[in-house]
Every structure is written in C-alpha cells, then in structure tokens.
Design a binder for this molecule. Structure first.
Ligand code: SAT
Ligand code: MN
Length: 594
C-alpha cells in the first residue's frame, strides 16, 4: 500500500495533503497521477479492455472506439441521491436535497474506509475552460474507475496542463469518486460548495461520476458565480455565420436530452444558403461580463457526452461524423461486426444484434436495443462544425439567450421577451416534459427554471435574484427568447420539423436584434407572424405554422396557475420583481381577447 504522495508531482501542498488524506482513508494499493498523455491513454485503455470494462469495436468501422456497458442499475443521474451540503438548509433552497456537512462527511467516510483496497487510486487533475484563460478553473478528481479517467480525458483538459495551471495554489475543486460495489443503497452524490468539494459514491455513470460536468461546472460553479458575479449555466453555445461573413453567438438552455447537442451543431437547410453554424459548446456555459459591457461565454468542457438514440444523418450529421472514431460509447447496442446501433439511427437494426446489456436482441422484442439514455463521449476536436474560437481565453460575445423545453402544448415555436427581467421570468417559469437523462418517470411536465433545477448549487430563489442583479452589470445585454420545438397537434404529430429547420427561428432572432424582422405583441411576449420568418423552400402548411405560433388563453391560464404554485415553494427568497412580473402577465392575459 502506497500512502506517501510523490512530492515531485505537484507544487501544491494543499493538493498533496488532500491526496494523502484520501489515500489514508481509502487505502488503495497504488496511486497513479494522470498526465493526460497519449501513452497513458493507450495503457489505460488496454487495462480496461483486459478487465472487460471496455469492449473494442471494429477498428475498420469505428477506429479508436470502444463500448462500455454500465451496471443496469446505474444508467442515469440519480437526482434523489444528489445533495447540496451546506451548514444552513436555506442555502440549498426548497428544490435541492439537503444534508448537513458534518454528518454527511462522517457517513461517506464510513463508506469509503478501505474502499480502494486492492484497487488503484487515480488522481485526475483537469482544467475547466480554455488553457491560459483567466476564467478557467482547476479541479482534481480522485477515482477508482478507469472508465471515469478515460472519459475525463475526453471531457476536460486533463493532466499535466492542469497541475501547471494550479502551481502551488490551493484553489481547486476537490472531487472524490469511488464506485464501491455500485449498490443503489450506498450511492450518494454530495456537494460541499463552501469547501469547493464533491464526494460521489456508488455510481459510475455520466453526471454522477464525471465530477467536472454537472457537479463542478454547474453546481459548485453556480455557487462560485454568485459570489464572484458571473453565471454558470446549463447552456449550449453556438456561432451563426451569415452569408456576409459576420458571426453572432447564441447561448441556449434546455433540460437534459432535449436536443442541445443537435442544436449546437446544426446544419442549416440548403434554402438558407450561405449560413453556417459553429459549435462552441453543447452543454455548459460560463458567462461573464466583458470590459465592453457585453456578456461573454466560454465552454468549460473539452468534449461531448451526448445522447445516442435519435442521432442520425438527418437529426445531426455532424455528430454522426464525429462519433465515427475515437469515441467511447456507453450502453448502446452492438452489431455482430463490431459496430454500434441505437434506436433512431435510420438504419434497420442488423440481425444478431446485442442489446445494451450484451443480450441477443430481436426485432420482435419489446425492450429497446440501446438504453434510451445511452451516450457517446467524443472529443470536441472530432466535431466538423467546431468553432475556431472555442479556445479563445475571453470566450465569445453573446447576442441572444434562448430558453427552451419540451412541451406538447401551450408554448409557441418562439417567444421574444420585452426586456431582461421578462426574459428572466421566462427562464424562471420554464417547464419541460421529463426525459430519460434522469432516473424516474418520463414525459411528465415539471418546472425546470433555466434548465437548472437539478444543477443549481444553491437556493433557486437567490439564483433568480442573481440573474436579475446581473442586468445592472451588463451594459449591452443579450436579447432573451423562449423556444419550443416540440409542440404537437391534436393527433400527437409535431407541428414543426425541427433539427436543421430550427435555423429559421435562430435567424429570426438575429433579424429581430438588428431590427430587420417584425413580430406581433401578445400578453405573454412577442411572436413572429408567418411572413416574419424566413420560410424559403420550407413546405409547411400555413395553418400548421399558425397553430405552432398560437397563444391560447386557456392553455396560458393553466400555465400561469402552475407557475404560481411553483413560485410558492420559494416563499421569501422569490424576488419581488418576478412576482410583480407574474401578476402583470396574469392580468394582461385575463383582459386580453385571444
Ligand atoms: O449524465 S449527465 O448529467 O452527464 C447528462 C445529462 O443529464 O445531461
Ligand atoms: Mn446537460
């Protein structure tokens, strides 16, 4: 057993002491510091293959790629087991699970005692944000999972660069991850924002185990953002280059598994010739006010952890290209010739398919071949649409913020806010039908403010106040919009074709900002009229689009009622400005003739 930490690994005494402390607790057989090198990747991959953690795919069909099958009890984030641990319960707020730090540490220490005996403890230093950016932050994840190390290597800027950035500082996010025996009874994901620390136990899956992602870059970072005056958001960032060569940037928040990755790397329809979309990020944005008074965004991540099912040459051709090599697939189905398959791939399922658990699968089977939350982990450099500005230290300037959800009714295709406060209200009241990204029922509408309900590391009432307060710091605020690609007609058919055609909606937003496109006022915001949208070459019956843009009084009355109930939860922490906005909207809706 090795417990002495090589002094030559890091200049940070705080890091050495912390590693030694966790090693004393977990008593691993050995400690391995990850350097992020290609050689290390090869070595760890070979070990993972040997252990059966990774299954090599056909090197002709998917060069450099592997399949991982997770424990069937461990296939999505577990929100009921995710906790914010602050001394004061109110700091976590009514929408987070809370537990007191001392008790929680004691319980976790009990579980972790000698937990890495016979195992290797990997020390994974990583940077969130571009190397060399003053806005980037260092994290270190201790883990006993090679799968986690190999994923972290794709998802973050991992290894020596992070130790170089840390130097002798003690300012890093301390992440302890131990898979234990993947037993749901001993599974907890705990955040200690005051200690800049995360302890995740008993799960090896995605957002539960890759601590850089939801745990650090959203829950802990949102806490830091509040005290440091910036925003950590569950948003994609995309650039749109117009035919005249100008690029504008949009940040957009949607709940997990609502097509953020597809939107972030959208291919514009050929009718909108000369337009091109570039991806800056597909999941998380750190937003700060620049010296020019605009809002600037960086993507803290280095790769994509995208939902596989539904990804195909039509929904996301760029994603299909990027997962063609050097990708780790989790819980997808495998073909007999060593390729991958999932529902919605647009090719018939091959015979002799193995399902996500490695069992023979037949077309008559009622079960899905790929798990609905099966994923690909791909480096962002694989993305043909990657923005050339993804590593810019200051980020990219944001012209528009978009909030969106998955709603079968009520929400029009697009809605423009009157001003920042109204936009914050739109975000705060956003709702969406639940998806497979989190364990639990699928398809139920829940309020998911700014798509941050599962990811805000503090009281959401205070979070709304922080959003409102940001306005005074942003001299040139982005315009805020709401979108819904998922509205359905009476027969349950989608009213809008979605995917690449969503470009038409984004284009309308830019045209609005530049004063080139019209809109009509409704009591709940501005919507385009049919001829305000660029519909060139799109075959869509006018009535269908009108239905998609309609604001219906009965639906909105129900919406406002349900938002009231949600607001009630927050009691005194709900900013009066939002309550006021809410009352105003309810009144104008009441007196409107729609
Ligand atoms: O499992 S993750 O949290 O990383 C993915 C998601 O929910 O968006
Ligand atoms: Mn997400």
């Amino acid at each position: 057993m090795t417990q002495n930490v090589d002094a030559d690994k890091t200049k940070s005494r705080a890091l050495r002491e912390w590693i030694a402390e966790i090693a004393r607790l977990t008593t691993p057989d050995r400690i391995v510091w990850c350097d992020g090198s290609e050689d290390e990747r090869r070595r760890l991959t070979a070990m993972a293959v040997q252990a059966g953690t990774l299954i090599p795919l056909s090197q002709q069909k998917k060069p450099g790629s592997f399949l991982h099958r997770s424990n069937p009890n461990d296939v999505a984030r577990t929100e009921q087991l995710t906790f914010i641990c602050t001394p004061n319960k109110d700091d976590a707020g009514p929408t987070n699970n809370w537990s007191p730090p001392d008790e929680t540490y004691a319980k976790l220490r009990g579980w972790l005692k000698n937990s890495m005996r016979g195992r290797t403890m990997y020390v994974v230093p990583y940077v969130m944000g571009p190397i060399g950016s003053p806005f980037s932050k260092v994290g270190v994840e201790i883990t006993d999972s090679i799968y986690v190390v190999l994923n972290m290597r794709i998802m973050t800027r991992m290894g020596s660069a992070a130790l170089a950035m840390l130097g002798d500082s003690d300012d890093f996010c301390r992440g302890v991850h131990c898979t234990l025996d993947v037993n749901p009874d001993r599974r907890l994901i705990c955040h200690f924002p005051q200690d800049n620390a995360i302890w995740s136990v008993g799960s090896g899956y995605g957002g539960n185990a890759l601590l850089s992602k939801k745990c650090f870059a959203l829950r802990i970072a949102s806490w830091q953002g509040r005290s440091e005056g910036w925003l950590a958001e569950h948003m994609l960032i995309l650039g749109m280059r117009s035919p005249s060569g100008e690029t504008r940037y949009v940040a957009a928040a949607f709940p997990s598994a609502c097509g953020k990755t597809n939107l972030a790397m959208l291919t514009p329809p050929s009718d909108l010739s000369g337009w091109k979309v570039f991806t800056v990020g597909d999941d998380i944005a750190w937003l700060r006010v620049g010296s020019d008074g605009r809002l600037w965004a960086v993507n803290p991540e280095n790769g994509y952890f995208g939902v596989a099912p539904g990804t195909n040459a039509h929904s996301n051709p760029n994603a299909m290209a990027m997962v063609g090599h050097d990708t780790i697939f989790t819980n997808v189905a495998m073909t007999p010739d060593g390729d991958v398959w999932w529902e919605g791939m647009d090719t018939a399922p091959p015979v002799n398919l193995l399902d996500w658990q490695g069992r023979p699968w037949h077309q008559e089977s009622n079960d899905k071949a790929a798990h609905p939350n099966s994923r690909f982990t791909t480096p962002m450099t694989n993305n043909p649409a990657l923005s050339p500005h993804v590593n810019d230290p200051e980020g990219v300037p944001i012209s528009a913020i978009v909030f969106g959800g998955r709603r079968a009714t009520t929400m029009p295709l697009v809605l423009e806010s009157e001003n920042w406060a109204h936009g914050v209200y739109m975000g705060a009241t956003m709702g969406s039908e639940t998806t497979a990204a989190a364990a639990g029922a699928v398809g139920v509408v829940r309020r998911d403010p700014m798509a941050m309900l599962p990811f805000c590391g503090y009281n959401m009432g205070d979070y709304f106040a922080h959003w409102l307060k940001m306005q005074s710091a942003i001299k040139h605020p982005p315009r805020i919009f709401m979108v819904n690609w998922f509205r359905k007609d009476r027969d349950g058919k989608f009213l809008w074709p979605g995917y690449g055609e969503n470009m038409r909606v984004l284009k309308w937003m830019l045209d609005r900002i530049d004063g080139r496109a019209g809109a009509t006022d409704t009591p709940v915001g501005r919507v385009p009229r049919l001829d305000d949208l660029d519909l060139q070459g799109l075959e869509l019956p006018g009535d269908q689009l009108r239905e998609d843009l309609a604001i219906k009084k009965d639906e909105w009355s129900a919406e406002i009622e349900s938002a009231s109930n949600f607001f009630e939860k927050f009691g005194g922490t709900m900013p009066p400005e939002l309550r006021e906005k809410h009352r105003g909207l309810a009144q104008s809706l009441n007196s409107a003739h729609l």
